[in-house]
Each structure stands twice: as structure tokens, then as C-alpha cells.
Design a binder for this molecule. Structure first.
Ligand code: COA
Length: 163
């Protein structure tokens, strides 16, 4: 498995799992029914974007992450990130590799911390992975996410201090 910087040429490989994850309605609050072009602009929004690939009759993209400052200006010393793994490739360490990359990248860039703004409280895999990497839940906005299967559930703000 390799993590490398993504380019626009990777979008056709990211789009199918991006769409499936968003439309599943369990983990992300992007607008529903987005076109590929809209979603590409949201994912490649000037953030640092990476893909995790596996050599397999060429190169197969198993997951992607985007990262950068959480806020502009006087908030720019705290980073944020989004991570998505193709459902067919879950449970094999892809998310952990991308999460470790996110933390290492923020350290290298000199960020003071990483804030995840909206981790769905019923997203057990993500909550467990981020806790494992050292993130803490600093607060939960009650009923802020309308989960397709659970109804309204909380959104955790999770934070990792890199100081
Ligand atoms: C969350 C996500 C990134 C995890 O990716 P993954 O490749 O399946 O995760 P990994 O195989 O690297 O597992 C890493 C850790 O996640 C946790 N985890 C993964 N799957 C889990 C599950 N089904 N239940 C509970 N914990 C789980 C475990 O702590 C695991 O560590 P372990 O293998 O040592 O037990 C992936 O499920 C995903 O893309 N989900 C949809 C989008 C999303 O939720 N993104 C994050 C939003 S905050």
C-alpha cells in the first residue's frame, strides 16, 4: 500500500466510493445527489489530497483523504481532514494508514492540532480509529446529524493536540 498525493486524474477512481459513502447517509453531511463534477470540486478544494493505492494489475485506489487548515486566518494553525475508504477495502488497515498520514502531515506542516468538526457518534469505526490515534471527543452537538439508519444523532468534535 502506498499513500501519495492525488491529482485530478485520480478523481474517477475516488468518485464511486465518495458517492456511495455520501449517499449511504451514515457518515458525511455533504449535499445529497451531487454530480461527479460538484463532488470533485468539494474534495479538491485547495486542500492537500492523497490517495492510498495498492499495486494490483496496475494501481488501485482504495481510499482518499483531504487535509488542511480548519479555519482561515487566525484559525489556520489548527488543521482538519476527511477520510474515505472504499467499502470493499475496509477492515484491512487502509483507514488507519490514511489517519496516520493525516497526523504525520500535520506535524510536518507545523500545525498545533487537528480538529475533526463532525464525527457522527454512531460511526463506530471512525470514532474508535480516531481515539486510537489520540483524538479526544471535546464535545458533541446533539442530534446534529440525520443518520439514514439511526435518525438524529450527535456530531462529535474530536481534537488531537500536536503541541
Ligand atoms: C472509518 C473508515 C475510514 C475506517 O477505514 P478502514 O480501512 O475500514 O479501517 P482500518 O481497517 O484501518 O481499521 C482501523 C481501526 O478502525 C476501527 N474500526 C474499523 N472498522 C471497525 C468496525 N467495523 N467497528 C469498530 N471499529 C472499527 C478499529 O479501531 C480499527 O483498528 P483495529 O483494526 O486495530 O481494530 C472507513 O470505515 C470509512 O471510510 N467509512 C466511511 C467514511 C467515514 O466514516 N470516514 C470518517 C468520517 S469521520
Amino acid at each position: 500500500m502506498t499513500v501519495r498525493e492525488a491529482t485530478d486524474a485520480d478523481w474517477p477512481a475516488i468518485w464511486p466510493f465518495w458517492r456511495d459513502i455520501v449517499e449511504a447517509g451514515e457518515t458525511y453531511a455533504y449535499p445529497l445527489g451531487a454530480t461527479s463534477e460538484q463532488a470533485r470540486e468539494w474534495w479538491f478544494d485547495g486542500s492537500h489530497v492523497v490517495v492510498l493505492t495498492e499495486a494490483e494489475a496496475g494501481e488501485r485506489v482504495l481510499g482518499s483523504a483531504k487535509m488542511g487548515p480548519n479555519r482561515p486566518g487566525r484559525g489556520a494553525h489548527v488543521g482538519t481532514a476527511s477520510v474515505m475508504v472504499d467499502s470493499a477495502a475496509r477492515g484491512r488497515g487502509v483507514g488507519r494508514r490514511l489517519g496516520e498520514h493525516v497526523v504525520a502531515w500535520h506535524r510536518e506542516q507545523g500545525f498545533a492540532g487537528i480538529q475533526f468538526n463532525a464525527v457522527v457518534e454512531t460511526n463506530a469505526a471512525a470514532v474508535r480509529l480516531w481515539r486510537d490515534l489520540g483524538f479526544e471527543v471535546v464535545g458533541t452537538v446533539p442530534e446534529a446529524f440525520d443518520s439514514a439508519s439511526h435518525g438524529r444523532v450527535g456530531l462529535h468534535v474530536m481534537y488531537l493536540d500536536l503541541g
